[in-house]
Design a protein around this ligand. Structure first.
Ligand SMILES: *Cc1c(COP(=O)(O)O)cnc(C)c1O
Length: 389
């Protein structure tokens, strides 16, 4: 294998993370950042700061902590906006991903008598499937009728942009909403968001994105393709810790829409009047109006530790490096597959704009053994141990 070319600026960043080790103390090569990103070393001091402020200030920490808790969510606006090409008041960190998807569907899924269907990709993440099905039922529809899945052309696993667009065209009069994972969690395919958004908007169909596998992984620019809403989690590519806080994007064109349906809570209320404890909701201007509760400071502290790293290096340099690593891994794997005639298929699309760093492989033979032993040339014993052949 050729030596991988590294951007010199990126090399020192590896040392900012804790790398898990095997039993012999050797650092593992970590391929699971798509499930749980590694812990930045700085996370401890960020959380400790909040624990100390809590210890020393008690309730006064809301206003007097080093980063006052009442405004804590605001510290993320710039970093998050940079990651997706949005404006600062179009994003807010809050809740968790599945919760936010429900909240956003309350606002952006308004089924009409003939225009009530939701389009999703086949093999969407299970939680997303449950969410759209239960939302359809909530509005009185049968999910089998209200939900349309984009199916790949025969013998393919990934969707082509053509098949996505032709499905939209086919259902254009009935579709109310398109909800896509910007990067599919299973195949690692990144969708051509600009083309898809343009077609959807031509037919007055709203577009929402689940960025769980996209934020911190690929370049996103909502200024180029102004979708309606998006949400994500921060514990995958954003390295903000298990169950870490989610975030949402809401297109600014909705900020002056006072008819919009929304589930409301006191943290979305105009902050200048929040503590007057009034009984009529007056929304904040911006995505902040969608907040319900006061912020979970301890998990947000972990989020802050990680986003500081993204701010320092910038997503563009990370994406550039990740493309090189992806290609090198792909080329290396292809050679091994050919040499040993392995029944392994790389399913993530090869085109540079159709993937992030994830590389998905389909193992058509001895998949269980490979999974359990993590070694191509070993076999699983009945007691669960491995023997190298
Ligand atoms: C990881 C992931 C989720 C997980 O949802 P949580 O509410 O954070 O548990 C949902 N949807 C997609 C597409 C995911 O990749």
């Amino acid at each position: 294998m050729n030596k991988i070319e590294f951007n010199n600026e990126i090399i020192p960043f590896r040392d900012k993370f804790c790398i898990p080790k095997n039993k012999n103390g050797k650092e593992l090569i970590y391929f699971c950042g798509n499930s749980l990103g590694l812990k930045p070393k700085a996370t401890d001091s960020y959380i400790l700061q909040e624990l100390n402020d809590w210890a020393n200030l008690g309730v006064e920490g809301h206003f007097e902590a080093q980063k006052p808790w009442v405004d804590y969510h605001k510290t993320f606006s710039k970093s998050l906006a940079n990651l997706i090409g949005a404006e600062e008041n179009e994003v807010v960190a809050m809740n968790s991903l599945s919760v936010n998807l429900h909240l956003l569907m309350v606002s952006f899924y308004n089924p009409q008598p003939t225009k009530y269907k939701i389009l999703i990709e086949q093999n969407a993440f299970p939680s997303d499937q449950y969410i759209v099905a239960s939302q359809a039922k909530f509005h009185g529809y049968n999910p089998n009728d209200a939900i349309v899945e984009i199916k790949p052309e025969y013998d393919r696993i990934c969707l082509t942009t053509d098949v996505i667009i032709s499905t939209i065209e086919q259902y254009k009069n009935e579709l109310n909403l398109i909800l896509l994972g910007a990067v599919n969690y299973y195949t690692g395919q990144a969708f051509e968001l600009k083309k898809i958004t343009e077609v959807a908007q031509k037919y007055d169909i709203k577009v929402g994105l689940d960025l769980a596998h996209a934020i911190g992984n690929i370049s996103l620019d909502f200024k180029q393709y102004p979708i309606d809403f998006a949400t994500w989690c921060s514990y995958k590519y954003l390295n903000s810790g298990p169950g870490g806080v989610s975030g949402v994007y809401i297109n600014k064109k909705y900020f002056n829409n006072y008819e919009i349906k929304r589930f409301e809570g006191w943290w979305g209320h105009d902050e200048k009047e929040r503590f007057l404890m009034g009984n009529v909701f007056k929304p904040m201007h911006g995505a902040a109006a969608w907040q319900l509760s006061n912020a979970p400071i301890l998990s947000m502290a972990a989020h802050a530790a990680s986003l500081a790293i993204f701010d320092e290096i910038g997503i563009e340099k990370l994406v550039e490096q990740s493309k090189k690593l992806h290609l090198e891994l792909r080329n290396g794997l292809e050679k091994i597959i050919l040499k040993y005639n392995l029944k392994i298929e790389i399913i993530t699309p090869k085109a540079e704009n159709e993937h992030g760093c994830q590389l998905s492989i389909l193992i058509n033979e001895n998949g269980k053994d490979l999974y359990r032993c993590r070694l191509a040339k070993s076999k699983c014993n009945s007691d669960g141990t491995c023997t190298t052949l």
